[in-house]
Design a protein around this ligand. Structure first.
Ligand code: NAP
Length: 317
């Protein structure tokens, strides 16, 4: 018998149990035993695999026979922030084209909201005013910069390129994507920012990227640039975002992620006239697709084959 521990809010367990039960036989896992942490009794030594998003610190380190850990999300900062995380156990992140596409849609939607000055149009409608708000610059001259040009960043960049924007990506290593300029490494960050009228953050949260969306970075953008953060709340220094908007260095921001989630009711970001707040729903992992990935991963591990999308512990993503 192979035992998988589900570490998620107990009320969510049924959403994941049924797809996992459905997916297991097709991958040759006729004996997959599902245990829900916080609901079912279990002995730590019985657990072979674990699946979750933001497990309690110390929990994974207390499971002595773990063979692999599966993240329900693309980001794994919720695992690696645990000082007792068992780094010798492979951590597999969720990489899925449907999730990347949802994220790309969010980036396209918010780029267009800002580029087409759609908030001005909505405000005019509320006052019954016929105001033809138009883009400040032509599309081909509008630089969209994607901080974090990986699985999701590339898909978003390709969609925005196809809409006619001048897209560039920034990553650690150079990328070769037709029609998109690639900037890599710290030295290239300044030139990348200088051409980004709309900056989209799709970086993983690591010690290097925490707080990257700060006053110093905003000052390197063209005056009046827009910010879209669909990565992690801890990338942005909230007070610096508000200051940059109030000073006009930023013209607007779309924020999907926050240092504290759900965003507290009294947080000033909610009511800021230049900010669009969305509730961390830019891209949600589909349980059926995720269950297929997890079952395939467990089956591969049981056969002694290499796992896909294993996190590099040294890089932290
Ligand atoms: P990924 O494929 O690992 O891509 C990460 C990109 O960031 C890579 O291009 C990487 O460069 C670059 N990068 C990492 N550290 C860097 C650094 N210090 N300097 C420069 N570039 C750096 O990740 P992904 O699948 O695209 O996901 C990105 C993030 O999106 C996730 O970590 C998650 O936090 C977030 N996310 C949010 C939602 C939501 O609903 N809001 C949903 C899904 C994901 P290299 O290519 O050179 O390695």
């Amino acid at each position: 018998m192979t035992t998988l521990l589900l570490i998620l809010p107990v009320r969510w367990a049924p959403i994941w149990q049924a797809p996992l039960r459905d997916a297991a036989p097709a991958h040759g896992l006729s004996n997959l035993n599902l245990i829900v942490h916080g609901k079912d009794a279990y002995a730590p030594g019985d657990i072979d695999y674990a699946l979750g998003f933001r497990p309690d610190a110390g929990l994974l380190g207390s499971l002595p026979k773990l063979k692999a850990i599966f993240s329900l999300g693309a980001g794994v900062d919720g695992f690696l922030s645990d000082p007792a995380f068992p780094k010798h156990v492979p951590l597999v992140r969720f990489v899925n084209p449907a999730l990347s596409l949802e994220m790309a849609q969010y980036c396209v939607l918010h780029t267009l909201i800002h580029h087409r000055r759609f908030r001005t149009t909505l405000a005019a409608q509320a006052e019954h005013k016929w105001t033809q708000a138009m883009p400040e610059k032509g599309t081909a001259k509008t630089g969209v910069g994607i901080l974090g040009f990986g699985e999701i960043g590339i898909m978003a960049g390709e969609r925005l390129r196809d809409l006619g924007f001048a897209v560039a990506g920034w990553s650690r290593t150079k990328k070769d994507v037709p029609g998109i300029e690639s900037f890599a490494g710290e030295a290239a960050l300044g030139p990348f920012l200088a051409r980004s009228d709309i900056l989209i953050c799709l970086l993983p949260l690591t010690p290097e990227t925490r707080g990257v969306l700060n006053r110093r970075l905003f000052a390197q953008l063209p005056k009046g640039a827009y910010l879209i953060n669909a990565a992690r709340g801890a990338h942005q220094v909230e007070a610096d975002v508000i200051a940059a908007l109030n000073e006009g260095q930023l013209s607007g921001a779309s924020l999907d992620v926050f240092e504290t989630e759900p965003l507290p009711k009294d947080n000033p970001l909610w009511a800021h006239p230049k900010i669009i707040v969305t509730p961390h729903n830019a891209g949600l992992s589909d349980p059926i697709a995720a269950a297929q990935s997890v079952a395939a991963g467990i089956a591969a591990a049981e056969r002694g084959q290499p796992l896909q999308n294993v996190v590099d512990m040294a890089r932290g993503y």
